[in-house]
Design a protein around this ligand. Structure first.
Ligand SMILES: [Zn+2]
Ligand SMILES: [Zn+2]
Length: 200
């Protein structure tokens, strides 16, 4: 399989990690603790990590024979909209990361696809795809402000929390409601209108 062209990693990017200080002897380990601004579009349509909010990396890097293994936790905040009532949701998350980044020209790099195993570029590796995958996998596609959110009345759009328990709309179509009021208030006035209807 031809190798897909990779853009060069920029060490100034907050989620690009420079492993220069990690000795390349298998077993060598270093902590990777930092707080970085969250990249854009980290999440789903209804709930995501606000761009630029704090993303706390609490990871360790370990040298293995074929590359660098990154594991630990990533924490941050989420904001979104309840899928039932559209109220704002603000919450936090923690996801686990466990990802191998293969050295350039290692057997692992040559025998795997780059969507299976991460790739190093020299001493650099990019954590963003792994963090993105971990976060997106844990997010609900239909987030709720609370598990038993009753949502909005489909007729009037008011939150069921703010409506009496027996709230209902008998007349779905406002034209029928108008007609009924007319009939009830003045039967004579309603008569010609009903004739009109029947002629159409
Ligand atoms: Zn809700
Ligand atoms: Zn209603």
């Amino acid at each position: 399989m031809p190798k897909s062209p990779q853009s060069h990693l920029d060490p100034r990017q907050p989620l690009v990690v420079d492993t220069t200080k990690l000795p390349r002897q298998p077993g060598a380990t270093r902590a990777l603790s930092r707080v970085v601004p969250a990249p854009a579009d980290l999440g789903l349509e209804l709930i995501s990590v606000p761009e630029g909010s704090d993303l706390e990396l609490d990871l360790s890097m370990t040298s293995v024979s074929e590359g660098v293994y990154i594991s630990g936790a990533v924490r941050g905040s989420l904001s979104g909209e309840c899928g039932r009532c559209l109220n704002e949701i603000g919450t936090s998350f923690e996801v686990s990361i466990a990802e191998l980044f293969a050295y350039e020209d290692s057997t692992t790099e040559e025998t795997t696809d780059d969507d299976e195993v991460g790739r190093m570029q020299g001493d650099l590796l990019d954590l963003e795809p792994a963090i993105r995958d971990a976060i997106v996998l844990t997010l609900p596609t239909n987030p709720l402000c609370r598990p038993d959110c009753p949502g909005l009345c489909p007729e009037c759009g008011v939150h069921f929390d703010d409506l009496p328990a027996d709230h209902s709309h008998e007349d779905v179509d406002p034209r029928w409601a108008a007609l009924r009021n007319l009939t009830a208030e003045s039967p004579e006035a309603a008569a010609p209108q009903q004739e009109q209807y029947s002629k159409e």
